[in-house]
Design a binder for this molecule. Structure first.
Ligand code: HEM
Length: 208
């Protein structure tokens, strides 16, 4: 069972537990998909060596995990409602903290304005890494995977901005979460595709 973090008198799930729940679910989905893709490659073309996770997808996946963590904190802290503006936040680039005098940890992970600021701008670090990954896929001949990746992160950015501008419309927020999960699937599938090339490249294969 999932521990909700609910305490007597509380009617909402604690943001930290919500984030742990979302990340655990998406990590489980990712590992399951990776194993399924290995098995599919074995059944399809007898490829016995499992795919290897190479550096670029690893870094892109880690950056995406940070973004997902902050996405869950956004939802848990209702940080989307801090502002309905983009790119500025209530007229300023940097919103300032909601409550002063808190520890750095509490400010980085529990201050709604700071969480919102990090989520909206870290997205571009994720996009830059996913562009690099999509280009690597294209070079590896996986044009379809590259197009899917571009389409999903583009849609996700537009949905995120639209969610903010709408004052967190429920349907836009739900779609943003759904496309976030699809993006995880696309990144895992892309990483697996790049990892297959690496596993079958004799120059990079481990001795023995
Ligand atoms: C690669 C880019 C992004 C990813 C993977 C991502 C992912 C997520 C995820 C997983 C959530 C949690 C949804 C939930 O648990 O209900 C979330 C929430 C949110 N995101 Fe993003 N996001 C991205 C970019 C953006 C951008 C660019 C913006 C706006 C400028 C944005 C605005 C929001 C808002 C306002 C919420 C809170 C919605 C709510 O209260 O339910 N996101 N994001």
């Amino acid at each position: 069972m999932v521990a909700s973090g609910l305490k007597p008198g509380m009617t909402e799930v604690a943001p930290g537990w919500l984030a742990a729940h979302l990340l655990t679910a998406l990590f489980t989905l990712s590992v399951t998909l990776w194993i399924a893709l290995d098995l599919a490659a074995l059944a399809r073309d007898g490829r016995a060596s499992p795919a290897r996770l190479s550096a670029l997808p690893l870094v892109a996946g880690a950056a995406l995990a940070v973004q997902l963590l902050y996405g869950a904190l956004m939802a848990g802290l209702r940080a989307g409602r801090v502002t309905d503006q983009w790119p500025l936040m209530n007229g300023a680039f940097f919103p300032g903290v909601t409550q002063s005098g808190r520890s750095i940890g509490a400010t980085l992970f529990a201050d709604p304005a700071i969480v919102h600021f990090i989520h909206r701008w870290w997205a571009w670090v994720v996009v830059a890494l996913l562009v690099a990954m999509a280009r690597a896929l294209r070079r590896a001949g996986a044009r379809r995977e590259s197009v899917v990746l571009h389409s999903l992160f583009g849609t996700q950015i537009i949905l995120g901005i639209a969610t903010v501008l709408s004052g967190v419309s429920l349907w836009l927020a739900v779609l943003h979460q759904l496309v976030g999960a699809l993006l995880v699937v696309a990144v895992v599938a892309g990483a697996h595709r790049l990892g297959q090339d690496r596993a079958s490249d004799p120059a990079r294969a481990m001795p023995g």
